[in-house]
Design a protein around this ligand. Structure first.
Ligand code: ZN
Length: 656
């Protein structure tokens, strides 16, 4: 007589063993129809399997990320695999897992699959789905499983079973296989799968084909890997495909090359060579953040990059983080590490002189250059590098100051994101993990402080239970870019442990020593990655205040050379980044070229402009021209730069 506890806490009792499908049906026909699989006591299971004991049950549908993943899994393992076998009978099936947003299948075949084959394969897949065959699990012994796949000529499957570790077998050493309908198609799989192929929506697309090796070993047979994407409905599929297309156009590596912002090369893997234009953006962003935090009561410091092993041992990084650290040696038998983070160094500054409670909080910031030995396979342009500069800061405070400081930080972070053009921000809140330092009482205080602070910002937040750091709870700030992609950038972590390990103290009102709490926080995360995000956000068309070259001054003929130089001087004096183009080319040619170079403003000067001391002004992306006095033009541009916002063309005419 199982009692089934549902996610909302309600309990349903049944007289006999019951399947998740039956439970869904007892709740409503709509849920039963939408159900693709179940989660029983936290473990994913096929929806038709009986539940015999009391259990917690969650019904998974395509609205749920896990349900979506199970559908993608069935699509690749049961539908794509069968379609390939039917179209190309020599195909041997290797593995077909899900990946982010989709799936792939590795096959071996004398036929070289190309994208030209995709329409035919997709058509076949749709036909297989339309057959609406049930997919059923069967438990067989290891030898039976080997026989089944030997008879079918699937040597990769046989290899998998022969090498299967114990945890690949279930229910007393048996192996699960999934049969489709009459059993004409069988796959080796841990499952679960959707129970009928007709539960797979016609919202999928094959995307690319590439090479792979069996078991990722170059000594093994080479395979063909066919990728696809699948969604809950056609609308979601189209949105995803549009996003991918747009993302390719905006790829920061491509735009970085076109605009000569930066380059990467083999001799400095994962580290950036900033060129003049890219470095201008970098410095503009850094100066902006420096002013923001200075105005918010931070002090700025600079600490060494090479630091003796001893400090990393004391801080705990040597035992916990060593694999990610670059190690160096000095001639004095000292082992040095290139800092992967700034925190222990900031504690050293804090400890240099006695600190009274009256001096707290101390907000200590550093644009700290850090290095982490990331695996080369994971590196990606500016988005994932080995050498990066954090907009890092540590706030040393008393426990009762945590809440106020967190509220203050969230406010600052939102201001910065908005000014940089991101208005959609959400928060992930990770609370106490099982393995943790600090008392429950301190954790209660810290978690409550974070909750109150997030509530005060009005931001939407999701809870990541148990995902906090061992030293304290944390907030992660995720922003959504112009094409709907999410980027986790900002972070705030409460830390009770490092001040303890490195023996940091302040003198309280009772004249006794107390431990400060440390808040680790960053807004951008790293300048490198954030600039990568900005390049893609703006497609290289930076707002005026961030653009590496803000104004191009073009003459029409030689007669205006002197005046063009005069205009440049006036812009220089105003601190506007301008350059002169005196080439003997048609003005339309010059304008087109600077627009392609994403220069936000173009000044044209001809005979009339010299005579009237004016400029003819044109904005990137507009074919409208206005003539304005040089002084007015400079004032409107300065107004926009200070506001950090491009204004509509007509609006700026009147702003001074
Ligand atoms: Zn830190």
């Amino acid at each position: 007589m199982p009692n089934i506890t549902l996610p909302d806490g309600s309990v349903k009792s049944f007289d006999n063993a019951v399947s998740a499908y039956d439970v869904a049906a007892s709740i409503g026909a709509g849920l039963a129809k939408a159900a693709v699989a179940a989660k029983v006591d936290g473990v994913q299971r096929d929806i038709y399997l009986p539940i015999e004991r009391d259990a917690k049950l969650e019904i998974l549908t395509l609205k749920n990320p896990e349900g979506l993943e199970i559908m993608r899994h069935t699509l690749t393992a049961q539908v794509l695999a069968r379609a390939l076998k039917e179209l190309f009978p020599d195909v041997k099936l290797a593995i077909g897992p899900t990946i982010e947003n989709g799936f792939y299948y590795d096959i071996s075949s004398p036929h070289k699959i190309s994208t030209d084959d995709f329409p035919k394969i997709e058509q076949k897949m749709a036909e297989i789905i339309a057959e609406a065959k049930p997919v059923k699990r069967e438990m067989v012994s290891r030898s039976e499983a080997i026989n089944i796949f030997k008879n079918r000529g699937e040597h990769f499957k046989v290899d998998i079973i022969e090498n299967a570790a114990v945890d690949d077998t279930t229910e007393a050493g048996k192996i699960s296989i999934y049969k489709q309908g009459d059993g004409s198609f069988v796959d080796l799989c841990r499952g679960p799968h959707v129970e009928n192929l007709n539960k797979i929506p016609l919202a999928f697309k094959l995307t690319k084909v590439s090479g792979a090796y069996w078991r990722a070993d170059a000594n093994n047979e080479q395979l063909q890997r066919i990728y696809g994407t699948a969604w809950a409905d056609k609308k979601a599929l189209d949105a995803y495909l549009n996003m991918v297309e747009e993302a390719e156009k905006r790829d920061h590596r491509k735009i970085g090359r076109e605009l000569k912002l930066f380059h990467l090369q083999e001799e400095a893997v994962g580290q950036v060579f900033w060129h003049e234009a890219g470095w201008t953006i970098y410095q503009t962003l850094q100066n902006y953040i420096a002013k923001k935090i200075r105005d918010d009561g931070y002090i700025e410091v600079k600490t060494p990059i090479l630091v003796d092993r001893k400090l990393w041992e004391d801080s705990g990084h040597w035992s916990k983080f060593k694999e990610n650290m670059f190690i160096s040696e000095s001639d004095e038998e000292h082992i040095l590490a290139i800092k992967p983070m700034n925190c222990p160094c900031h504690v050293q500054i804090f400890k240099q002189e006695p600190v009274s409670y009256k001096a707290l909080p101390i907000r200590m910031a550093e644009f700290g250059m850090c290095h982490r030995n990331e695996p080369s396979g994971g590196l990606h342009g500016l988005m994932r590098v080995r050498g990066f500069t954090q907009d890092d800061a540590h706030i040393f405070c008393m426990e009762e100051q945590i809440e106020g400081e967190v509220v203050r930080f969230c406010k600052l972070l939102l201001e910065v994101y908005t000014e940089l053009g991101f208005d959609k921000v959400r928060v992930k809140f990770s609370d106490r993990p099982e393995n943790r330092a600090g008392t429950d009482e301190t954790w209660d205080k810290a978690e409550n402080a974070l909750k109150v602070a997030v509530a005060a910002t009005g931001l939407e937040y999701t809870l990541n239970p148990g995902e906090g750091a061992f030293y304290g709870p944390k907030l992660e700030f995720v922003l959504t870019d112009a094409i709907g992609r999410d980027w986790q950038c900002g972070t705030l972590q409460v830390d009770f442990v490092l001040p303890e390990r490195l023996d940091a103290n302040y003198i309280g009102s009772d004249d006794k020593k107390h431990r400060p709490v440390m808040l680790h926080r960053a807004i951008l995360g790293s300048f490198e990655r954030f600039i990568g995000i900005l390049i893609e956000q703006y497609s290289g068309k930076f707002p005026l205040w961030l653009a590496p070259k803000q104004v191009a001054i073009c003459n029409i003929s030689e007669g205006q050379n002197d005046y063009a130089a005069e205009v440049k001087k006036a812009l220089d004096k105003a601190g506007i980044r301008a350059f002169v183009d005196l080439r003997n080319e048609k003005i339309s040619y010059k304008i087109r070229e600077h627009m392609l170079g994403r220069v936000p403003v173009i000044f044209t000067v001809g005979g009339k402009e010299v005579e009237n001391r004016t400029v003819n002004l044109r904005r990137l992306g507009s074919d409208e021209n206005i003539t304005s006095s040089l002084e007015d033009a400079i004032n409107t541009l300065l107004y926009e730069i200070n506001l950090k916002k491009d204004l509509p063309f007509t609006e700026i005419k009147n702003k001074k």
